[in-house]
Write a protein that binds this ligand. Sequence first.
Ligand code: NAD
Length: 494
Amino acid sequence: MKTIGNWVGGRTEPGDSGRGGPVYDPARGVQIAEVGFSSPAQVDAAVRSAVDASGPWAASPLGRRADLLFRLRELVLKHRKDLAATVTTEHGKVLADAEGEVSRGLECVDFACGVPHLLKGSFSSEVATGVDVHTVLYPVGVVAGITPFNFPVMVPLWMLANAVACGNTFVLKPSEKDPSASLMLAELVQKAGFPDGTVNVVQGDADAVEALLGHRDVNAVSFVGSTPVARHIYETGTRNGKRVQALGGAKNHMVVLPDADVDMAADAAISAGYGSAGERCMAISVVVAVGDVADRLVGAIADRIPQVVVGPGQDPASMMGPLITRQHRDRVRSYVEAAAHEGARVVVDGSQAKAGDGFFLGCSLVDDVKPGMHVYDEEIFGPVLSVVRVSNFDEAVDLVNSNAYGNGVALFTRDGGAARRFEREVSVGMIGINVPIPVPVAFHSFGGWKASLFGDSAIYGPDGIRFYTRPKVVTSRWPDGHQSGVDLGFSTNG
Ligand code: NAD
């Protein structure tokens, strides 16, 4: 059985905790590798390696950092198919989707290549006679990144690219369910020429995370994962004096107004609801049908479901791959069964697995869903679309705003005024107008509201630069023989 190790100080090391986890090929339902977890001592070694690299890296010229990031960009581009194939093998998503993930991660490297511009700081000349003020952005030091299973390339790149661009060193703890891509990225970082220790990878579960959260030399923590863990990371990390951004789960609504293009909305619901088997934090999980659009819309979505080809991610004909584990597949299936008992109407039941041992499910569509039902209240993270029927725009906005999460939301309409009102009234961080998955491009920032984000900072883009830097504000006056003299007064702006 293949064993997957850690990456400390520029070389692989087997996990030394005596614990490990199975890595599956979800399309076949068989274990293909074992990942060896890091002990707290190995986590400490990774952090120490990051600390050792930190001083020289923080002092490295901006042009050199940009040069290395450009080289990393070229290497990720060159190896994008290998990275995507690894993601498909361990995660299960179809190859085209995995390649899309690599491209979206690469955008964050592109953005970070502009680091000389991004770290320009600011300067105010002559704030008082002979006095200037400038703000300089310094790195925070060692940054830990803890990432979820559903984007094993993109989410680490959300963090890693900006963190190192800003002069920090980085310790990544990827998901134990699909850990190989993290090591491939670490090797590419080394190949690009980054000094050893700039990027390290420790493997493991909660134990490795606790070792990072309790480590005095970890100064900042970026987390992406489920809401209960995000809350825990935020509370523990901040209690330990660290800067923390913790992105959590989601329940994303797609509101469809009566004037919407129903075909366009149905296509979007299928793509955003069932793409990557619903295992995206920006997946649409609730369609909110407003007024008389409901029957037409539910019919149009149901008509399209048989066209979704479910199969192994390596097969170019497949549109939707398996779920990540058998337990998760069974959990998703249980929501569809529960929905029927709670009074919802199961229009399409995809809960029967395909033949074979893979962790497959088909697409499910559940109508007449209401708040209070498990299928509505909880994040399912699978190919299950709920339809909630409401009678008007205000009810739709109230529904969205009453939800505990606030990651993404979409509105489908032809009415610009309604779209503008929607944008102003919803309590959600990322909004799509006739765009079902409004993941911001890398030069904006990604982050939800409410239980979808703990901390003050969204991730990547300008917020990423702010999160990974600490400002120093310098007020300076240079001696000038013509103007010097004793003055006991309080300095003024004159
Ligand atoms: P998860 O919360 O189970 O795991 C995320 C990371 O935390 C993993 O590295 C895992 O090893 C670690 N972890 C798990 N339990 C822990 C614990 N008790 N203490 C400390 N660390 C722990 O999430 P997942 O199942 O890997 O990913 C799916 C979740 O991530 C979904 O809820 C999804 O919505 C969310 N997600 C959110 C975003 C976003 O940007 N908001 C993006 C992707 C995924």
